[in-house]
Design a protein around this ligand. Structure first.
Ligand SMILES: Nc1ccn([C@@H]2O[C@H](COP(=O)(O)OP(=O)(O)OP(=O)(O)O)[C@@H](O)[C@H]2O)c(=O)n1
Ligand SMILES: C[C@](O)(CO)[C@H](O)COP(=O)(O)O
Length: 230
């Protein structure tokens, strides 16, 4: 690895949290005395590896400016977009002039507050010399069914199926180009899919099962439990 290569974090945090059905976007719900996004950002800042953390938030977000972390010297605020991929691209653009094309960017959902330094380090150490990059992922402990309507039409070979987590780690220039090219494509639900579309084969690095994405109401209690355990 070249000495001058830097690491940057990008945090998409402009979602509305439809599936959470709460009175505010889920990243602003309380989790053990702080908001979900504060917990997530604290974990990234504590890792001590990032030149800056670029956070994409909705331009109409009244909660973000109220948080002290929004004024942290290592935090950059960028305008969020319609879809997650648009928010990520906007945050990448906010790093223009600081990040070089060959630098690494780790994109991490605001809604994953249980990320550990151990997993961040594992991803970086595994992929630091990789030409493309890759993602934290989880294998399935369950048998996986192919379902049409409410009927099973087959059983999938789970050796080939992994659940995508974040952070997802790619080169700044390559990721920005891939997301720009894929703009408006609804199939791009993570960074790896933008790279896949260009014919690249990102790596998977096995992550911890406690790195959950808060998605539905019951996930908040689970995240609280994991934070207490860690
Ligand atoms: N236009 C969007 C949509 C999502 N996100 C972010 O992407 C991450 C993962 O998305 P998801 O869990 O789907 O969040 P929401 O879109 O908020 O949830 P829902 O799909 O239930 O509305 C979250 O941190 C979310 O804030 C974003 O930055 N910009
Ligand atoms: C990026 C991601 O968290 C990987 O699991 C996920 O794709 C984003 O959330 P969504 O539920 O697909 O919008």
């Amino acid at each position: 690895m070249t000495e001058s290569i830097q690491f940057w974090a990008v945090v998409p945090a402009a979602g509305v949290g439809k599936r959470m059905q709460s009175d505010r976007p889920k990243q602003y719900l309380e989790l053990a005395g702080k908001t979900v996004i504060e917990r997530t950002l604290n974990r990234l800042l504590e890792a001590g590896v990032f030149g800056a953390v670029a956070v994409a938030v909705s331009t109409e977000d009244p909660y973000w400016p109220e948080l002290e972390v929004s004024r942290h010297p290592s935090v950059i605020t960028a305008p969020g977009g319609k879809e997650r991929a648009d928010s990520v691209l906007s945050a990448l653009k906010s790093l223009h002039g600081q990040a070089d094309d060959g630098d690494w960017v780790l994109v991490h959902d605001a809604a994953r507050p249980c990320i550990t330094s151990e997993d961040i380090r594992k991803l970086i150490d595994t992929l630091a010399d990789d030409p493309i990059g890759g993602i934290l992922a989880l294998s399935s402990h369950d048998t996986l069914k192919d379902v049409q309507g409410s009927s099973i039409v087959g059983t999938l070979d789970r050796r080939h199926i992994w659940r995508a987590l974040t952070p997802q780690m790619f080169r700044y220039g390559m990721l920005k180009a891939a997301l720009t090219e894929a703009e408006g494509n609804p199939a791009i639900t993570d960074e790896a899919s933008a790279l896949e579309l260009k014919g690249f084969k990102p790596k998977i690095v096995e992550g911890r099962a406690d790195n959950i994405k808060i998605t539905r109401p019951e996930d908040l209690a689970l995240a609280m439990f994991y934070l207490e355990q860690q």
